[in-house]
Design a protein around this ligand. Structure first.
Ligand SMILES: NC(=O)c1ccc[n+]([C@@H]2O[C@H](COP(=O)([O-])OP(=O)(O)OC[C@H]3O[C@@H](n4cnc5c(N)ncnc54)[C@H](O)[C@@H]3O)[C@@H](O)[C@H]2O)c1
Ligand SMILES: [Zn+2]
Length: 398
């Protein structure tokens, strides 16, 4: 260790180390079929004791749609798969954004981890949508400073985006994800079969994150989304698998290669469209789902980019009409809500966003399709004009 002269009487020891993370993201069908070894192999890969302890949480919305899931988990693990000890019957926890608000669910999970004596080498498995995975992951990341987490995402959005990344969190203090941690999972197991029971709102909504990454990172994926928007809406063939895989690949590529997986800097391309989206979710009292709010945020920032000459009107129109064909909204009345000072309430989302990410305001915008640019201020007049454009488009039809 180098000891540096600092000029003062105190010495400074510069502490420096790096930690490398690795976790697999698998795609499969029939994860809970006893003949599918994936979950068992995953548990075995981390086993350094004779028998590992496992606690499983399942999303209540998933269980309503597919009541056989908790029993299938018990049978799978009882069949000797993974030689692990399921410490209690899988616990059903509230799913959806409303459950992400406040500490109740997180506290219950922390208590169970303590009461069931899970150690840092035990496993917590979360099976569900992005909201409950955020909460289960958050609780697991703070108990004992981190218990191993296996995510089994069951929505389009969580399989392609939220569930494959390194963040957890919950809503507090009137803000989305106000509390949370950066904590990479032990593994992610994406089973496409779970998507079959998903309501249309979440099926379509999850694809807004596909548009997000395609518009700023991958023109051929964007072209593919435009070509297949109507078929994706009708759930034709295996198109959803391709969309989810490509979205997850682009998301993972960014986390792996950006040089900033824990977001110490200010650039945040994976948050394209999100400054407005997070505010719209709160303003709508969460009646707008995350996916729908992100679609409106993308629409707004695409119009804004067009207003600044970053994309052409033809490119803006392609984005808006493909999202409309897919069934994603590009407008909601909350966009036009005004604050006491007469300005749009959604504009307050810029300051929330800056504060949440830290440092100077940094908003990602498309620069032509497939490329991006970071800007550090936004012109309120151009935002107003973009909101008006989207309202007129909604009223007059695309
Ligand atoms: N951690 C991250 O990096 C990250 C990234 C993106 C989004 N997110 C978060 O993810 C959340 C949105 O996640 P989401 O879109 O998955 O929605 P969601 O988790 O809110 O789930 C939507 C609804 O579907 C139900 N559900 C889940 N799986 C089901 C299934 N297979 N069949 C039927 N119903 C099912 C849920 O109970 C819920 O009612 C937001 O809170 C967002 O902030 C987190
Ligand atoms: Zn998102």
């Amino acid at each position: 260790m180098k000891r540096k002269k600092t000029g003062s009487k105190r010495d400074c020891y510069r502490q420096r180390f790096s930690v490398s993370y690795t976790y697999p993201v698998h795609f499969t069908h029939g994860l809970l079929d006893p003949k599918n070894p994936l979950l068992a192999d995953t548990l075995r890969s981390g086993r350094d004791m004779e028998r590992c302890r496992v606690l499983v949480y399942v999303d209540d919305g998933l269980v309503r749609a597919n009541p056989a899931v908790p029993g299938a988990i018990v049978s799978y693990l009882a069949g000797g798969n993974g030689s692990c000890e399921l410490v209690q019957y899988p616990e059903v926890v509230p799913g959806g954004e409303r459950a992400k608000n406040g500490w109740n669910v997180v506290q219950n999970i922390m208590s169970t981890l303590g009461n069931r004596h899970l150690c840092r080498h035990s496993f917590v498995i979360g099976v569900g949508g992005g909201s409950m995975l955020d909460m289960v992951g958050f609780a697991a990341s703070i108990v004992h400073r981190g218990v191993r987490l296996i995510r089994v995402p069951t929505t389009v959005l969580s399989q392609g985006d939220g569930g494959v990344g390194v963040k957890n969190g919950m809503d507090e203090h009137g803000m989305k994800n106000f509390v949370g941690t950066f904590a990479p999972p032990f593994a992610v197991l994406n089973d496409f079969d779970f998507l079959e029971t998903l309501e249309s709102k979440y099926w379509i909504g999850g694809l807004s994150e596909s548009f997000k990454v395609a518009i700023i990172k991958d023109t051929s994926f964007f072209d593919w989304l435009c070509r297949n928007a109507s078929r994706l809406k009708k759930r034709q063939g295996k198109l959803i698998e391709e969309a989810v895989r490509r979205t997850a690949e682009l998301h993972l590529d960014h986390i792996r290669t950006s040089g900033d997986p824990f977001e110490f800097g200010t650039a945040r391309p994976l948050d394209f469209g999100h400054w407005a989206a997070h505010k719209l979710e709160v303003l709508s009292n969460y009646t707008l789902g995350h996916g729908q709010a992100v679609a409106i945020g993308i629409a707004l920032d695409s119009c804004y980019a067009c207003g600044c000459g970053l994309i052409t009107p033809a490119e803006r129109n392609r984005i808006l009409s493909a999202m409309t064909r897919l069934g994603l909204p590009t407008w909601d009345a909350v966009l036009e809500r005004t604050a006491k000072d007469g300005g749009l309430e959604v504009l307050k989302g810029l300051e929330d966003f800056r504060e949440h990410l830290g440092g100077v305001l940094t908003v990602t915008l498309p620069k032509r399709l497939g490329r991006k640019i970071e800007v550090h201020e936004m012109d309120a007049a151009v935002i107003d004009a973009s909101v008006a454009f989207l309202r007129d488009r909604k009223c007059n039809g695309p």
